[in-house]
Design a protein around this ligand. Structure first.
Ligand code: G3I
Length: 371
């Protein structure tokens, strides 16, 4: 869904990438003994991953890789409303507290995902809120105050609202929250989170904004409105669930436009697939059913270029970090959700580093001459 209307300005980054690429194109991105020092140890900004805490702490091999590579942690699902408040007045803090303990023990930043998302709203909230919008407005305020307040000073930032726009284009998504509270629910969620923890970095998080410039423009318009109204929004989360055919120049253009807001930029859920889909559950379109060495090398270059673009386009003071969503092909959400084969991450099914790992690492290590 790339808008035809815009010609993408020649971004200097593309020249940087082409220069770097020309030096390394022939060199395949595979392991060198010095390369397993861990991604976080060669990065100027936090490198994170999303995890399922019970899976992580019960898998020593996975945990070893997570500890050696990452200094930021996000819950794939454990910190969503459906897990925190599965029934009325029954707060369930166990998983979130376990994640906090793990993050502190391994000196990792904890990032809160997420406060308000239509896909993780418990049924009981939907049933009660649909009957009584006044109750719903109050509920949202109390929930955010209580949750963010409990982790005040312990959760570095939050995805306050996730995916409030349609998958494609510029429309607000007509979700339970939008339909019952109007679009003001978004600004209010940010206000409540800021009241509960003024130091927390508050993000709006969405997908396809790195490749659908109409959707990106709509998000940036909301951001500008919030800035004018004094709504406490501090960051934009690009989920960055991209495909091998997502053009680098569109990603570069999107990062440039978002960085111009002056907000923190978080690549919050990175993975890179070979196949494609229609953004819906079981909507996978499987063009590739096996992974070749050539595909592995191409994915490594894509990861390297993504990291290079982030480093070159987003000013250092706005680099909140890059977070991978799951970090092994074995555990990636993609295959189950879209019902298709794919190999989206930096470690394979056997938890061995792929060329993509070394591409990501290379992207962190390459010296960038800033203008
Ligand atoms: O924990 C329960 C388990 O007790 C139960 O036996 C099992 C079977 O019903 O379900 C388990 O919960 C699942 C949860 O993941 C933990 O694994 C939920 O059913 C399942 O819906 C949930 O899926 C998550 C999905 O968000 C919905 O919350 C995925 O893991 C997670 O990767 C995905 O992440 C989203 C981001 O939040 C937003 N951006 C897109 C991204 C991918 O869809």
């Amino acid at each position: 869904m790339i808008s035809k209307k815009q010609n993408y300005p020649q971004i200097k980054i593309i020249h940087v990438i082409l220069i770097v690429f020309s030096f390394t194109a022939c060199k395949s991105l595979n392991q060198k003994s010095t390369d397993l020092a861990g991604l976080k140890n060669v990065s100027e900004f936090p490198i994170g991953t999303a995890i399922n805490i019970n899976k992580l702490i019960n898998d020593e091999a996975l945990m070893a890789l997570q500890i050696s590579n990452f200094n930021s942690i996000t819950a794939t699902s454990d910190m969503k409303m459906r897990e925190i408040l599965p029934a009325e007045n029954q707060f369930n803090w166990k998983k979130a507290d376990t994640i906090l303990y793990y993050a502190n023990k391994h000196k990792q930043r904890l990032f809160g995902h997420n406060l308000i998302w239509h896909s993780s709203t418990p049924k009981w909230v939907e049933e009660k809120g649909a009957k009584d919008n006044v109750w719903l407005g109050e509920f949202m305020k109390e929930y955010i105050h209580k949750y963010v307040g409990r982790y005040k000073g312990k959760v570095a930032g939050w995805d306050v609202v996730n995916e409030a726009f349609e998958s494609k284009g510029s429309e607000y998504r007509k979700t339970f929250w939008y339909n019952n509270l109007g679009k003001e629910y978004i600004a209010n969620a940010f206000r409540y989170a800021h009241e509960a923890d003024p130091a927390a970095v508050l993000f709006y998080n969405d997908f396809n904004i790195e490749r659908d410039t109409t959707k990106l423009d709509a998000v940036l318009k909301m951001v500008e409105e919030f800035k004018k109204e004094g709504v406490p929004i501090h960051g934009i989360g690009f989920q960055m669930h991209i495909r091998m055919d997502t053009p680098d120049e569109v990603i570069a253009y999107s990062l440039k436009k978002a960085a111009e807001t002056g907000l923190q930029i978080h690549l919050s859920e990175v993975d890179i697939i070979f196949n494609t889909h229609n953004d819906e559950r079981s909507g996978g379109i499987e063009n590739y059913s096996s992974l070749t060495n050539e595909m592995k090398q191409a994915q490594a270059e894509k990861y390297k270029n993504l990291v290079l673009m982030y480093r070159s386009i987003v000013p250092k003071k706005q680099q909140f970090g890059i977070t991978l969503w799951d970090f092994t092909d074995r555990d990636s959400w993609i295959k189950g959700f879209f019902n298709m084969k794919d190999w989206p991450t930096i470690y394979d099914d056997d938890l061995k580093p792929k060329p993509a790992y070394f591409g990501f690492l290379e992207g962190l290590k390459v010296k960038i001459e800033k203008e």
